[in-house]
Design a protein around this ligand. Structure first.
Ligand code: ASP
Ligand code: MG
Length: 414
């Protein structure tokens, strides 16, 4: 049976050594018998981290253009090796660098965004019966007047796969990794976590942003914008994974519990309450590429207010630096930076329809005597910032409280 074109993406852990690459080649060889394939690959194992480490050994602040030149090689190694492994199995395959594959981006090094996919070359190779292998995470930008190699940010191969699936006519996109789908919680923390058959883009986006490391959040967003049908699957089994797509309206449930460790909280205490103050603070963070999240400003008292937000612990130093820089400008009494925190989030399309979820969440944490540092919500997510040492306990308790392990998952009566 001939099927239509599929884009398949294989993550770094699925390609971490020659044996794994061979196994991926075997798997692709089986699928290739029934239809055309475009394969997107990540760099082998931890090789991106190793390349960054190499750069650090030679320069404190390596030039960003050169970082992109360097990091783009990681994915090219996987692509060419996989092509060779397929040749060895008697399959016609060709690897293309990002620029050859027509992936055009803006020109922001290390955080480039895909602007357009010109799939002419890929189409040509497919028409010739070849399996086309594209290195993820890279493209080419020409806003400066010259073509420059760019990279898309950590985890960016997912974005490449989604963009290609969209550019090739909204074809199916399968994301292969060492997990076999999206779970109701991290199975390493919650032994009876369940694999979900389906999840909406919105739910997946919230889970990815709040800790599920299965997919790059930006890629989920792109899939939603371009209506690309996604599936997260295991590269080691032939079982179906979790399909991402579908419609929010049809779902009234809690999808899962996400968590994120190594979170820090920054608080500006008693800063002046006047327009432009928050802007000053966030500009200083943005310049340092610190991503602030869960931003909370309290009610003002006598022209003063407190402003808190969270940052990844790895950005604590940069955030402190930014705070020192603007502290006098915003006339804050003091700034505190506290690490060792974690976020725990309940996510589900049903959250928008009932208040019960919030009270179950805070009630569950309260019963455990876990103090809530901050609370933040979106339409389909409730996040609490808590002590990092207790986050696993909190995830397990919430998973139980929302009955996510059993057959009949919990659903509030609106
Ligand atoms: N190799 C890059 C990274 O490790 C991109 C990716 O894996 O998607 O972030
Ligand atoms: Mg990787």
């Amino acid at each position: 049976m001939t099927t239509s074109l599929i884009v398949q993406k294989f993550g770094g852990s699925s390609l971490k050594n020659p044996e794994r690459i061979a196994a991926v080649a075997d798997r692709i060889a089986r699928t290739a018998r029934s239809g055309p394939l475009v394969i997107v690959v990540s760099a082998m194992g931890d090789s991106t981290d190793h390349l960054i480490e190499l750069a650090r050994q030679l320069s404190q602040r390596p030039d960003r253009r050169e970082i992109d030149m360097l990091l783009s090689t990681g994915e090219q190694v996987s692509a060419s090796l996989l092509a060779m492994a397929l040749h060895e199995r008697g399959f016609p395959a060709i690897s293309l660098a990002g620029w050859q594959a027509g992936i055009r981006t803006d020109s922001r090094f290390s955080v480039a965004r895909i602007r357009e996919v010109n799939a002419e070359r890929i189409q040509h190779e497919l028409a010739g019966g070849r399996i086309v292998i594209v290195p993820g995470f890279q493209g080419i930008g020409s806003e400066t007047g010259w073509d420059e190699v760019t990279t898309l940010g950590r985890g960016g191969s997912d974005a490449t796969a989604v963009a290609l699936a969209a550019g090739l006519g909204r074809v199916r996109c399968e994301i292969f990794s060492d997990v076999d789908g999206i779970y109701t919680a991290d199975p390493r923390v919650v032994p009876d976590a369940r694999k979900l058959d389906d999840i909406t883009y919105e739910e997946m986006l919230e889970l990815a942003q709040y800790g599920a490391q299965v997919m790059m959040p930006r890629a989920v967003e792109l899939a939603q914008i371009w209506s690309v049908p996604l599936e997260v699957r295991s590269s080691y089994s032939t079982e179906t994974g979790t399909r991402i797509g579908g419609n929010m309206e049809d779902v009234s449930r809690v999808a899962g519990i996400a968590h994120q460790a190594a979170v820090a909280k920054v608080t500006f205490v008693a800063l002046v309450d006047r327009p432009g103050i928050a802007q000053t603070i966030f500009a200083a963070l943005t310049i340092r590429q610190v991503h602030a999240d869960l931003i909370v400003q309290n009610i003002g008292h006598q022209g003063r207010t407190d402003l808190s937000f969270t940052v990844p612990e790895s950005d604590m130093e940069a955030a402190s630096e930014a705070a020192d820089e603007v502290r006098e400008n915003v006339d804050a009494q003091s700034v505190t930076v506290k690490g060792g925190l974690a976020k725990v989030s309940v996510v589900g399309a049903g959250l928008s329809s009932s208040l019960e979820y919030a009270s179950i969440m805070v009630g569950t944490l309260g019963e455990l005597g876990i103090n809530i540092d901050m609370i933040s919500t979106s339409g389909i997510r409730i996040t609490c910032v808590i002590d990092g040492d207790r986050v696993h306990e909190a995830v397990r308790a919430l998973h139980r409280a929302f009955r996510l392990g059993g057959e009949d998952s919990w659903s509030a009566t609106a």
